[in-house]
Write a protein that binds this ligand. Sequence first.
Ligand code: FRU
Length: 476
Amino acid sequence: EPYREPLRPRIHFTPLRNFMNDPNGLVFYKGEYHLFYQYNPQGTTWGHMSWGHAVSRDLLHWEHLPLALAEEGGVMIFSGSAVVDHANTSGLCRVQGNDRSCLVAIYTGHGLGKQTQNLAVSQDRGRTWMKFAGNPVLDLGLKDFRDPKVFWHAATRRWVMVTVLADQRKVRFFGSTNLTAWAPLSDFGPAGATGGVWECPDLIEVPVENEPARTRWILDVDLNPGGPQGGSGGQYFVGTFDGTRFVSDDGVDRVRWVDHGKDFYATISFSDLPAGRGPIWMGWISNWQYANEEPTETWRGAQSLPRKLSLRRTAEGWRLVQQPTGGLSGLMEPESARHQMLKDALPLPPSADITFVVTAADQAETGLRLSNQTGEEVLIAVSADRRELSVDRQRSRNGPVPNGYAERHVGPLRPFAQVPVRVIFDGSVIEVFANEGETVMTERVYPTQPFTRIEWIGGRRPASGSTRLMALRSAW
Ligand code: FRU
């Protein structure tokens, strides 16, 4: 039965079958959230890249739709974004009564020795798409020029496109009034982490926590390899954007990781969210080091829960804060609220939302052990003395494992008296949010049998009421 396989997540988006990587074209339009994604309709490893498609009204329950954009004539459809052209600035929308709007997708065409930026248009709420007759809209004759993210910049009244010159470790910005004619605005980089090619950039105006009406811009740039745990990973820069140029607050060598786990890549934020709802982004939960070898076999790849973004001002400078959005509590099994996690092992449901608190006095690894009867286990813990959050999957799968999988990963925590930790467990997906999302770790786990037990590790017995386990119902 689909969506009941042992390693199949039940609250995360996964394709019914075949291979998926980056989320693409996230956009809200006429009451629906659209998720497009890099998809191989023909197989369980990367290839024939096309845009798969799903829609949702709550960012949790997704309905699969037919392929939106297919590989054609040896040209694959690589990553990109989608916008609502409300005022028909492109002239490509078919005006229907008072409604002048349409959806425009901006994607990379990969083939014939180069990468170019292209448009496709949908008049019917994303159900069918027409590639623009004037494609490509940007052709620099380059082999590594990709992943266009387009947004409307209200202050300068034009569209801005963020792209990468991947092998040069550069972001290049373009501007346009009509989505079809683009002129270069400026370049950013190399800067920060440059140990791999730059991919999937995004430029996002992010609210500052607890300071109403204050914002700062983040420039998000993924890279492969050279990520925080090896293989692929995401970094961000904090700064200002005047419509033409992004200026980072930091020195060129400063590196800020989006997520300290091994499996969070190619994030993209939603276009056109209703005021106050965003910014929200999603990322692909895998790593190019082993994406093609994940032991899920009939399908590969998962998307993260949508995460709401803010910036926190700390004694050590800006920190990106990511929190799962939407109503996970709507999936709560009613009786599960009563569970108090104490020292003895409890049954672990297939999907759960778990919280616990670690204090500065807890010296050893303090946190959770998820395990099964074969002795496979994953440890999710805080080491207060080292101020580290960790996920240890070294003993999480018996037998052969993909290269780069059987590892312990750590992320830094700022000095604390107490750290709240929230773990979303979903079969083979673990998203960990410490300090309300200031330190985040996302990891896949592949036990040969489901994890069915949860217990507390570390010396101190947690104070009653400080831990909570909420069993979640499947969204599928
Ligand atoms: C990132 C990426 C993108 C590219 C796509 C191809 O994971 O390499 O740069 O557009 O995947 O599938």
